[in-house]
Design a protein around this ligand. Sequence first.
Ligand SMILES: O=C(O)c1[nH]c(=O)[nH]c(=O)c1Cl
Length: 308
Amino acid sequence: FDLTGQINGVPFDRLFLNASGVHCQSTTELDELLQDEFVGGAVTKSATLEKRAGNPAPRYYELANGSINSMGLPNNGFDYYIQYVLQFHAKPTILSVAGLSADDDIQLLNQIQDSDYQGLTELNLSCPNVIGKPQMAYDFEGTQALLQSVFSFFKKPLGVKLPPYFDLVHFDQITAILNQFPLTHVNSINSIGNGLWVDVASESVVIKPKGGFGGLGGKMVLPTALANVRALRQRLNDSIKVIGTGGVQTGADVFAHILCGAELVSIGTQLQAEGIGVYHRLTNELERIMADKGYTALADFRGKLNTI
Ligand SMILES: O=C(O)c1[nH]c(=O)[nH]c(=O)c1Cl
């Protein structure tokens, strides 16, 4: 089966990635991803200029139908991750960066522009868990201005990580902005920001930061993820690929993301819960569905969701 995709001409021999933040904080975790035969590439934890400890624990909690997290951008700092992606790897890497401000974003991208790194970069515009910081991608004017500044100096491949949108007009507005720029891809969705889980037995929230508010992931977000992948695919220039992230637990979920137009598919909550074996299972389940339908390649059905 042909399970390949490509971003900006970079070939991925497999469609599967990790969702940034999961199994990607250390070089050991990143190596394990890149060495797995069912994984196509690895995305780093979003890097900030300086190393961060992140929010106080408990800050991640697995739910029956997903996850809630308020990690707070813990990471080993920009230098750690650019050193890693500058090394030779048999498979593609995506360097994820997240500033705590637009100025930080500019600084991070200037450092990449000035480096020898020629691979893929993803600007995270959607972290919901930095206390006191809004998600940039919900500020349309701010996003427009930031990308205007970025593309005045950044000449390397660049994609963006988006939060979920919930209004068709918002899809129109964000894609009208993104289509102005030579982006390689959008990665959609990030977690659904500021959900809240209540443990009835203890009558308490389940994570410490922000009084229990955190980003939602896993099974429960699949309909939102599929809607965002589909809506972005329908509106973005063909040159901008969509990486589908959010809610994948089974091969059928993967199939649905591809039908909606995803070029590649990231696994987060399920990777956290199941471990790296999730990729072998998802590959088997996806190939079974493809075989039953007479498909031999993702390209046979990518973006071909039927309407009624
Ligand atoms: O709290 C986090 O580190 C975090 N958590 C998320 O769910 N998405 C993000 O982009 C980030 Cl940066």
